[in-house]
Design a protein around this ligand. Structure first.
Ligand SMILES: *Cc1c(COP(=O)(O)O)cnc(C)c1O
Length: 390
Protein backbone atom coordinates (compact mmCIF):
# COMPACT_ATOMS: atom_id res chain seq x y z
CA UNK A 1 0.00 0.00 0.00
CA UNK A 2 2.79 2.39 -0.79
CA UNK A 3 1.73 5.85 -1.77
CA UNK A 4 3.61 7.72 -4.44
CA UNK A 5 1.44 10.57 -5.70
CA UNK A 6 -0.68 12.38 -3.12
CA UNK A 7 -2.77 13.97 -5.89
CA UNK A 8 -4.40 10.70 -6.98
CA UNK A 9 -6.16 8.21 -4.74
CA UNK A 10 -8.83 5.53 -4.66
CA UNK A 11 -11.49 5.22 -1.97
CA UNK A 12 -12.94 1.77 -1.33
CA UNK A 13 -16.27 1.47 0.42
CA UNK A 14 -16.05 -1.19 3.10
CA UNK A 15 -19.82 -1.43 3.43
CA UNK A 16 -20.18 -1.98 -0.34
CA UNK A 17 -17.65 -4.84 -0.31
CA UNK A 18 -19.38 -6.37 2.72
CA UNK A 19 -22.80 -6.04 1.17
CA UNK A 20 -21.79 -7.59 -2.14
CA UNK A 21 -20.15 -10.47 -0.31
CA UNK A 22 -23.29 -10.96 1.78
CA UNK A 23 -25.36 -10.99 -1.40
CA UNK A 24 -23.28 -13.96 -2.59
CA UNK A 25 -23.61 -15.62 0.82
CA UNK A 26 -27.38 -15.32 0.65
CA UNK A 27 -27.38 -16.84 -2.84
CA UNK A 28 -25.10 -19.81 -2.08
CA UNK A 29 -26.15 -20.49 1.51
CA UNK A 30 -23.86 -21.57 4.33
CA UNK A 31 -22.74 -24.93 2.89
CA UNK A 32 -20.98 -23.67 -0.22
CA UNK A 33 -17.56 -22.10 0.32
CA UNK A 34 -16.94 -18.62 -1.04
CA UNK A 35 -13.54 -17.84 -2.51
CA UNK A 36 -13.52 -14.16 -3.43
CA UNK A 37 -10.97 -13.46 -6.16
CA UNK A 38 -8.46 -10.85 -5.09
CA UNK A 39 -6.17 -11.32 -8.08
CA UNK A 40 -4.88 -8.34 -10.06
CA UNK A 41 -4.74 -6.11 -6.99
CA UNK A 42 -8.33 -7.12 -6.20
CA UNK A 43 -9.48 -5.98 -9.64
CA UNK A 44 -7.68 -2.73 -8.94
CA UNK A 45 -9.38 -2.22 -5.57
CA UNK A 46 -6.31 -2.98 -3.43
CA UNK A 47 -5.28 -6.55 -2.61
CA UNK A 48 -4.50 -6.27 1.09
CA UNK A 49 -7.39 -3.99 1.87
CA UNK A 50 -9.99 -6.18 0.14
CA UNK A 51 -8.46 -9.41 1.42
CA UNK A 52 -8.91 -8.13 4.96
CA UNK A 53 -12.53 -7.08 4.43
CA UNK A 54 -13.47 -10.41 2.79
CA UNK A 55 -11.79 -12.41 5.56
CA UNK A 56 -13.61 -10.44 8.24
CA UNK A 57 -16.88 -10.89 6.36
CA UNK A 58 -16.58 -14.67 6.23
CA UNK A 59 -14.65 -15.67 3.11
CA UNK A 60 -13.72 -19.37 3.21
CA UNK A 61 -10.80 -18.93 0.83
CA UNK A 62 -9.01 -16.04 -0.82
CA UNK A 63 -8.38 -16.79 -4.48
CA UNK A 64 -5.45 -15.28 -6.36
CA UNK A 65 -3.79 -15.81 -9.72
CA UNK A 66 -0.14 -15.90 -8.73
CA UNK A 67 2.26 -16.88 -6.01
CA UNK A 68 3.37 -13.29 -5.37
CA UNK A 69 -0.22 -12.37 -4.52
CA UNK A 70 -0.42 -15.25 -2.03
CA UNK A 71 2.83 -14.02 -0.54
CA UNK A 72 1.34 -10.56 0.03
CA UNK A 73 -1.65 -12.09 1.81
CA UNK A 74 0.56 -14.18 4.08
CA UNK A 75 2.69 -11.09 4.80
CA UNK A 76 -0.46 -9.52 6.29
CA UNK A 77 -0.43 -12.31 8.88
CA UNK A 78 -3.40 -14.10 7.32
CA UNK A 79 -3.45 -17.83 8.00
CA UNK A 80 -6.64 -18.72 6.12
CA UNK A 81 -7.03 -20.85 3.01
CA UNK A 82 -5.57 -19.48 -0.22
CA UNK A 83 -6.27 -20.89 -3.67
CA UNK A 84 -3.89 -20.09 -6.53
CA UNK A 85 -5.82 -20.20 -9.81
CA UNK A 86 -3.03 -19.41 -12.26
CA UNK A 87 0.02 -21.40 -13.31
CA UNK A 88 2.57 -21.94 -10.56
CA UNK A 89 6.04 -22.24 -12.10
CA UNK A 90 7.94 -25.42 -11.25
CA UNK A 91 10.59 -23.52 -9.35
CA UNK A 92 7.98 -21.83 -7.14
CA UNK A 93 6.28 -25.04 -5.99
CA UNK A 94 8.44 -25.21 -2.89
CA UNK A 95 7.51 -21.63 -2.04
CA UNK A 96 3.78 -22.34 -2.46
CA UNK A 97 4.10 -25.21 -0.01
CA UNK A 98 5.93 -22.99 2.46
CA UNK A 99 3.19 -20.37 2.03
CA UNK A 100 0.64 -23.09 2.84
CA UNK A 101 -1.50 -22.57 -0.26
CA UNK A 102 -3.72 -24.82 -2.31
CA UNK A 103 -3.09 -24.51 -6.02
CA UNK A 104 -4.33 -25.72 -9.33
CA UNK A 105 -2.45 -28.29 -11.43
CA UNK A 106 -2.83 -29.04 -15.13
CA UNK A 107 0.63 -30.27 -16.16
CA UNK A 108 2.20 -33.68 -15.53
CA UNK A 109 5.54 -31.89 -15.11
CA UNK A 110 4.10 -30.18 -12.02
CA UNK A 111 3.18 -33.54 -10.50
CA UNK A 112 6.62 -34.98 -11.37
CA UNK A 113 8.27 -32.04 -9.65
CA UNK A 114 6.01 -32.29 -6.60
CA UNK A 115 7.02 -35.93 -6.26
CA UNK A 116 10.68 -34.97 -6.15
CA UNK A 117 10.40 -32.18 -3.60
CA UNK A 118 11.97 -32.61 -0.20
CA UNK A 119 9.47 -34.31 2.07
CA UNK A 120 10.09 -32.44 5.28
CA UNK A 121 11.10 -28.85 4.76
CA UNK A 122 9.92 -26.45 7.45
CA UNK A 123 6.40 -25.96 6.07
CA UNK A 124 3.27 -25.58 8.22
CA UNK A 125 1.39 -28.32 6.40
CA UNK A 126 4.11 -30.91 7.09
CA UNK A 127 4.10 -29.87 10.74
CA UNK A 128 0.35 -30.55 10.78
CA UNK A 129 1.03 -33.94 9.21
CA UNK A 130 -0.78 -32.99 6.02
CA UNK A 131 0.01 -33.43 2.34
CA UNK A 132 0.38 -30.84 -0.39
CA UNK A 133 -3.17 -29.92 -1.41
CA UNK A 134 -3.79 -29.59 -5.12
CA UNK A 135 -6.80 -29.01 -7.34
CA UNK A 136 -6.98 -30.50 -10.83
CA UNK A 137 -8.12 -28.11 -13.55
CA UNK A 138 -10.10 -29.90 -16.24
CA UNK A 139 -10.89 -28.76 -19.76
CA UNK A 140 -14.56 -28.55 -20.67
CA UNK A 141 -14.35 -26.26 -23.69
CA UNK A 142 -12.76 -22.99 -22.66
CA UNK A 143 -9.38 -24.15 -24.00
CA UNK A 144 -7.51 -22.12 -21.51
CA UNK A 145 -5.76 -23.84 -18.58
CA UNK A 146 -6.90 -27.40 -18.02
CA UNK A 147 -6.32 -31.12 -18.57
CA UNK A 148 -7.95 -32.68 -21.63
CA UNK A 149 -10.66 -35.14 -20.64
CA UNK A 150 -8.83 -38.12 -22.13
CA UNK A 151 -5.76 -37.34 -20.02
CA UNK A 152 -7.57 -37.17 -16.67
CA UNK A 153 -7.01 -40.89 -15.79
CA UNK A 154 -3.27 -40.45 -16.33
CA UNK A 155 -3.24 -37.49 -13.92
CA UNK A 156 -5.26 -39.38 -11.33
CA UNK A 157 -2.85 -42.34 -11.50
CA UNK A 158 0.12 -40.03 -11.08
CA UNK A 159 -1.48 -38.27 -8.12
CA UNK A 160 -2.22 -41.63 -6.45
CA UNK A 161 1.45 -42.52 -6.77
CA UNK A 162 2.63 -39.45 -4.89
CA UNK A 163 2.68 -40.01 -1.11
CA UNK A 164 3.10 -36.30 -0.29
CA UNK A 165 0.29 -35.00 -2.52
CA UNK A 166 -3.46 -34.94 -1.90
CA UNK A 167 -6.05 -34.11 -4.52
CA UNK A 168 -8.60 -31.95 -2.73
CA UNK A 169 -10.49 -30.34 -5.59
CA UNK A 170 -11.38 -30.33 -9.26
CA UNK A 171 -12.03 -27.10 -11.14
CA UNK A 172 -13.35 -25.85 -14.45
CA UNK A 173 -13.94 -22.38 -15.88
CA UNK A 174 -16.80 -21.19 -18.10
CA UNK A 175 -16.02 -19.73 -21.53
CA UNK A 176 -19.28 -18.09 -22.43
CA UNK A 177 -21.44 -17.33 -19.47
CA UNK A 178 -21.22 -13.54 -19.26
CA UNK A 179 -20.91 -12.54 -22.89
CA UNK A 180 -24.30 -13.79 -23.99
CA UNK A 181 -27.88 -14.38 -22.94
CA UNK A 182 -27.75 -17.71 -24.79
CA UNK A 183 -26.41 -20.18 -22.25
CA UNK A 184 -26.30 -23.34 -24.37
CA UNK A 185 -22.51 -23.54 -24.33
CA UNK A 186 -22.30 -22.91 -20.58
CA UNK A 187 -24.87 -25.65 -19.98
CA UNK A 188 -22.89 -28.01 -22.22
CA UNK A 189 -19.72 -27.26 -20.21
CA UNK A 190 -21.61 -27.86 -16.99
CA UNK A 191 -22.91 -31.21 -18.24
CA UNK A 192 -19.37 -32.17 -19.25
CA UNK A 193 -18.13 -31.24 -15.77
CA UNK A 194 -20.86 -33.34 -14.13
CA UNK A 195 -19.72 -36.31 -16.21
CA UNK A 196 -16.09 -35.76 -15.24
CA UNK A 197 -17.16 -35.47 -11.60
CA UNK A 198 -18.92 -38.85 -11.73
CA UNK A 199 -15.90 -40.49 -13.37
CA UNK A 200 -13.38 -39.08 -10.90
CA UNK A 201 -15.55 -40.17 -7.98
CA UNK A 202 -15.85 -43.63 -9.51
CA UNK A 203 -12.07 -43.78 -9.72
CA UNK A 204 -12.05 -43.77 -5.92
CA UNK A 205 -11.52 -40.11 -5.14
CA UNK A 206 -14.01 -39.18 -2.45
CA UNK A 207 -14.80 -35.90 -0.73
CA UNK A 208 -13.30 -33.78 -3.47
CA UNK A 209 -14.37 -30.17 -3.75
CA UNK A 210 -15.64 -29.53 -7.24
CA UNK A 211 -15.85 -25.91 -8.35
CA UNK A 212 -16.80 -24.08 -11.52
CA UNK A 213 -18.60 -20.85 -10.77
CA UNK A 214 -17.36 -17.32 -11.37
CA UNK A 215 -19.58 -14.32 -10.51
CA UNK A 216 -21.97 -14.76 -13.44
CA UNK A 217 -22.46 -18.49 -12.81
CA UNK A 218 -22.91 -17.96 -9.07
CA UNK A 219 -25.50 -15.28 -9.67
CA UNK A 220 -27.37 -17.21 -12.37
CA UNK A 221 -27.58 -20.87 -11.36
CA UNK A 222 -27.36 -22.83 -8.15
CA UNK A 223 -26.41 -25.88 -10.26
CA UNK A 224 -22.96 -24.34 -10.86
CA UNK A 225 -22.17 -23.78 -7.19
CA UNK A 226 -20.82 -27.25 -6.24
CA UNK A 227 -18.46 -26.91 -3.23
CA UNK A 228 -16.79 -23.54 -3.88
CA UNK A 229 -17.69 -20.40 -5.82
CA UNK A 230 -14.77 -18.35 -7.13
CA UNK A 231 -16.47 -15.00 -7.25
CA UNK A 232 -14.63 -12.01 -8.67
CA UNK A 233 -16.05 -8.91 -10.25
CA UNK A 234 -19.42 -8.82 -8.49
CA UNK A 235 -17.75 -8.68 -5.07
CA UNK A 236 -16.59 -5.25 -6.14
CA UNK A 237 -20.12 -4.21 -7.10
CA UNK A 238 -19.71 -4.50 -10.86
CA UNK A 239 -21.84 -6.69 -13.10
CA UNK A 240 -19.96 -9.28 -15.18
CA UNK A 241 -21.87 -7.84 -18.15
CA UNK A 242 -25.21 -6.35 -19.19
CA UNK A 243 -26.13 -9.82 -20.46
CA UNK A 244 -25.70 -11.27 -16.97
CA UNK A 245 -27.97 -8.57 -15.59
CA UNK A 246 -30.60 -9.34 -18.23
CA UNK A 247 -30.32 -13.13 -17.83
CA UNK A 248 -30.59 -12.82 -14.08
CA UNK A 249 -33.93 -11.06 -14.30
CA UNK A 250 -35.20 -14.16 -16.11
CA UNK A 251 -33.46 -16.78 -13.99
CA UNK A 252 -34.19 -15.50 -10.50
CA UNK A 253 -37.28 -13.93 -9.06
CA UNK A 254 -35.37 -11.90 -6.50
CA UNK A 255 -33.80 -8.64 -7.61
CA UNK A 256 -30.09 -8.53 -6.93
CA UNK A 257 -28.43 -5.21 -6.24
CA UNK A 258 -24.68 -4.76 -6.44
CA UNK A 259 -22.95 -1.77 -4.95
CA UNK A 260 -19.85 -0.39 -6.69
CA UNK A 261 -17.07 -0.10 -4.10
CA UNK A 262 -14.54 2.09 -5.87
CA UNK A 263 -14.21 5.87 -6.24
CA UNK A 264 -11.15 7.20 -8.05
CA UNK A 265 -10.20 10.78 -7.28
CA UNK A 266 -7.72 13.52 -8.05
CA UNK A 267 -7.41 17.26 -7.44
CA UNK A 268 -7.39 20.26 -9.74
CA UNK A 269 -3.80 21.40 -10.43
CA UNK A 270 -4.59 24.63 -12.34
CA UNK A 271 -7.53 26.62 -13.68
CA UNK A 272 -7.21 29.08 -16.54
CA UNK A 273 -9.13 30.87 -19.26
CA UNK A 274 -8.40 30.32 -22.92
CA UNK A 275 -9.74 32.16 -25.92
CA UNK A 276 -11.66 31.07 -28.99
CA UNK A 277 -9.43 29.38 -31.60
CA UNK A 278 -6.79 28.37 -29.06
CA UNK A 279 -5.99 24.67 -29.06
CA UNK A 280 -5.48 22.35 -26.09
CA UNK A 281 -2.78 19.73 -25.64
CA UNK A 282 -0.78 17.40 -27.90
CA UNK A 283 -1.58 17.30 -31.58
CA UNK A 284 -3.79 20.35 -30.98
CA UNK A 285 -6.59 17.77 -30.95
CA UNK A 286 -9.11 20.21 -29.43
CA UNK A 287 -9.73 23.79 -30.55
CA UNK A 288 -11.93 26.14 -28.51
CA UNK A 289 -14.93 27.52 -30.43
CA UNK A 290 -15.47 30.22 -27.83
CA UNK A 291 -13.67 31.59 -24.78
CA UNK A 292 -13.66 28.95 -22.09
CA UNK A 293 -12.28 27.95 -18.69
CA UNK A 294 -10.22 24.80 -18.46
CA UNK A 295 -8.92 22.78 -15.52
CA UNK A 296 -5.64 20.88 -15.58
CA UNK A 297 -5.74 17.54 -13.75
CA UNK A 298 -2.57 15.70 -12.62
CA UNK A 299 -3.56 12.26 -13.89
CA UNK A 300 -2.91 10.46 -17.16
CA UNK A 301 -2.50 7.17 -18.95
CA UNK A 302 0.46 6.21 -16.73
CA UNK A 303 -2.07 6.05 -13.90
CA UNK A 304 -4.50 3.91 -15.86
CA UNK A 305 -6.64 6.71 -17.25
CA UNK A 306 -6.59 5.49 -20.83
CA UNK A 307 -5.88 7.69 -23.84
CA UNK A 308 -8.87 5.92 -25.36
CA UNK A 309 -11.21 7.73 -22.93
CA UNK A 310 -10.44 11.15 -24.42
CA UNK A 311 -12.99 11.44 -27.17
CA UNK A 312 -16.13 10.58 -25.20
CA UNK A 313 -14.97 10.98 -21.62
CA UNK A 314 -15.57 13.40 -18.81
CA UNK A 315 -14.84 13.75 -15.09
CA UNK A 316 -16.97 15.02 -12.22
CA UNK A 317 -16.30 18.28 -10.40
CA UNK A 318 -18.75 19.55 -7.78
CA UNK A 319 -21.36 17.07 -9.01
CA UNK A 320 -21.12 18.26 -12.62
CA UNK A 321 -19.63 16.74 -15.74
CA UNK A 322 -16.47 18.33 -17.16
CA UNK A 323 -15.60 17.08 -20.65
CA UNK A 324 -12.09 15.93 -21.52
CA UNK A 325 -10.40 18.33 -23.94
CA UNK A 326 -8.00 16.96 -26.53
CA UNK A 327 -5.73 14.05 -25.72
CA UNK A 328 -4.97 12.39 -22.40
CA UNK A 329 -1.27 12.90 -21.64
CA UNK A 330 1.01 10.57 -19.67
CA UNK A 331 0.45 12.42 -16.39
CA UNK A 332 -1.96 15.21 -17.26
CA UNK A 333 -5.51 15.68 -18.45
CA UNK A 334 -7.37 18.87 -19.45
CA UNK A 335 -11.13 19.32 -18.91
CA UNK A 336 -13.75 21.96 -19.61
CA UNK A 337 -14.96 23.76 -16.48
CA UNK A 338 -16.63 26.69 -18.26
CA UNK A 339 -19.96 25.68 -16.67
CA UNK A 340 -18.48 25.01 -13.25
CA UNK A 341 -17.51 28.51 -12.06
CA UNK A 342 -17.09 27.37 -8.46
CA UNK A 343 -14.18 25.05 -9.40
CA UNK A 344 -10.91 26.14 -7.78
CA UNK A 345 -7.35 24.95 -7.25
CA UNK A 346 -7.06 21.59 -5.44
CA UNK A 347 -10.80 20.93 -5.50
CA UNK A 348 -11.64 17.25 -5.59
CA UNK A 349 -12.31 15.62 -8.96
CA UNK A 350 -14.04 12.26 -9.37
CA UNK A 351 -12.65 10.18 -12.25
CA UNK A 352 -14.77 7.12 -11.47
CA UNK A 353 -17.63 7.02 -9.00
CA UNK A 354 -20.20 9.43 -7.61
CA UNK A 355 -20.09 13.17 -7.10
CA UNK A 356 -23.35 14.74 -5.92
CA UNK A 357 -26.12 13.31 -8.09
CA UNK A 358 -23.78 12.45 -10.96
CA UNK A 359 -21.96 9.16 -11.42
CA UNK A 360 -19.35 7.81 -13.80
CA UNK A 361 -19.36 4.02 -13.70
CA UNK A 362 -16.64 1.60 -14.75
CA UNK A 363 -19.10 0.42 -17.41
CA UNK A 364 -19.36 3.91 -18.86
CA UNK A 365 -15.58 4.30 -18.93
CA UNK A 366 -15.31 0.88 -20.56
CA UNK A 367 -17.58 2.12 -23.29
CA UNK A 368 -15.44 5.21 -23.84
CA UNK A 369 -12.36 3.00 -24.12
CA UNK A 370 -13.83 0.11 -26.11
CA UNK A 371 -13.16 -2.36 -23.30
CA UNK A 372 -14.87 -3.97 -20.29
CA UNK A 373 -15.33 -2.82 -16.69
CA UNK A 374 -12.85 -5.49 -15.53
CA UNK A 375 -10.06 -3.75 -17.45
CA UNK A 376 -11.02 -0.23 -16.35
CA UNK A 377 -10.52 -0.90 -12.64
CA UNK A 378 -7.60 -3.35 -12.91
CA UNK A 379 -5.70 -0.74 -14.95
CA UNK A 380 -5.74 1.80 -12.11
CA UNK A 381 -2.05 1.90 -11.30
CA UNK A 382 -1.16 -0.34 -8.42
CA UNK A 383 0.86 2.12 -6.36
CA UNK A 384 -1.87 4.71 -6.21
CA UNK A 385 -3.13 4.85 -2.63
CA UNK A 386 -6.26 2.84 -1.83
CA UNK A 387 -7.97 3.88 1.35
CA UNK A 388 -10.96 2.36 3.02
CA UNK A 389 -14.03 4.49 3.67
CA UNK A 390 -17.36 3.57 5.24
C1 LIG B 1 -10.96 -14.39 -12.52
C2 LIG B 1 -11.50 -15.75 -12.32
C3 LIG B 1 -12.72 -15.94 -11.68
C4 LIG B 1 -13.64 -14.81 -11.29
O1 LIG B 1 -14.33 -14.33 -12.40
P1 LIG B 1 -15.40 -13.13 -12.29
O2 LIG B 1 -16.02 -13.08 -13.62
O3 LIG B 1 -14.61 -11.90 -11.99
O4 LIG B 1 -16.32 -13.49 -11.19
C5 LIG B 1 -13.11 -17.25 -11.39
N1 LIG B 1 -12.33 -18.30 -11.76
C6 LIG B 1 -11.16 -18.15 -12.41
C7 LIG B 1 -10.36 -19.34 -12.79
C8 LIG B 1 -10.71 -16.87 -12.74
O5 LIG B 1 -9.55 -16.72 -13.37
Amino acid sequence: MSRDNPLIWVEISKSALERNFQTFREIVGSEVELAPMVKSNAYGHGLELCAQVFCETGADYLAVNSVFEAEKIRAMGDKGKIYIAGYTPLDELQKVIELDCEFVVFNLETLEKLGKLEKSPPAPLYERGEKVKIHLKVETGTNRQGVQIGDIPKFLEKIKSLPNVELVGVAMHFADIEDTTNHDFAKQQLAEFEKIKAEIEQAGFQNLKFHAANSAATLLWDSTHFAICRTGIANYGMWPSDETFVSLAEERKKKIVLQPALTWKTKIAQIKKIQADESVGYGRAFTAEADMTIAILPVGYYDGFSRAYAEKGSVLIAGKRAKILGRVCMNILMVDVSDIPEAKLEDEVVLLGKSGDEEITAEEMAEWGGTINYEVTTRIRENILRKIVV
